[in-house]
Design a protein around this ligand. Structure first.
Ligand code: BG6
Ligand code: MG
Length: 215
């Protein structure tokens, strides 16, 4: 694998915010009387906030106007942000910091490619802001959500590396599809390790065989 940049998805790759997302969507759904469970929550992995809300509203008995939807999304996000306040560097998955150091020593650029509009807040909470300075492509600078390749193409552009020389690390099926649509090499971790289009698969970042990387 001849790569010059690694683009990390955030949620599910660098740390887990799954449960925080689940609990805050659940609170919103319960308040509205809409059925929601962890299985439905799995479908929200890698999907933008408003697209996630549309999936959740499939179980609703009535239609919601755009203004109402904005309010629901805002409520969920306020709950979610409040739950992130205790995040700390200890929440970074084992082996991630070490892998970042390994890449930097090899002269491989690193970037973030996440659908989340809370990316910069989360990076600050876990002490990774400086590592990804100037290389954060997230829900705030894209129009199209994964599986569209936009978020990764923008990340590649930020670090000045052609897509074909970028490795995307993703835990979501939509993210693997976005990485392939961008013309990048993909590593599926967690649930995305099973995706047929993932070029490489590993349980998590720490168990990925680094000897596959040359620079
Ligand atoms: C992705 C998560 O990283 O961000 C999704 O996997 C989430 O579950 C999406 O819906 C949007 O997050 P946010 O923070 O902008 O609401
Ligand atoms: Mg993810």
């Amino acid at each position: 694998m001849n790569i010059k940049a690694v683009i990390f998805d955030l949620d599910g790759v660098i740390l887990s915010t799954d449960n925080f997302h689940y609990l805050s969507w659940k609170k919103m759904a319960d308040r509205e009387g809409i059925y929601f469970d962890r299985e439905i929550n799995e479908r929200l992995r890698g999907v933008s906030r408003m697209a996630s809300l549309d999936i959740l509203l499939e179980k609703s008995e009535r239609e919601y106007s755009n203004v109402e939807k904005e309010k629901l999304a805002e409520y969920k996000n306020d709950e979610y942000r409040a739950s992130l306040k205790d995040l700390s560097p200890d929440d970074i998955f084992p082996g991630v910091n070490d892998f970042i150091t390994f890449l930097q020593e090899k002269g491989i650029k690193i970037a973030i490619g996440s659908s989340s509009k809370n990316t910069k807040f989360i990076l600050a909470q876990v002490g990774l802001t400086d590592q990804f300075e100037g290389a954060v492509s997230d829900g705030t600078n894209i129009i199209k959500s994964k599986p569209d390749p936009e978020v990764f193409l923008k990340a590649a552009d930020m670090v000045g590396i052609p897509p074909a020389e970028c490795l995307v690390i993703e835990d979501a099926d939509a993210g693997i599809e976005a990485g392939k649509a961008a013309g990048m090499i993909t590593l599926g971790v967690g649930p995305a390790a099973k995706h047929p289009d993932a070029d490489y698969a590993a349980l998590d970042v720490s168990s990925f065989d680094r000897t596959l990387i040359e620079a």
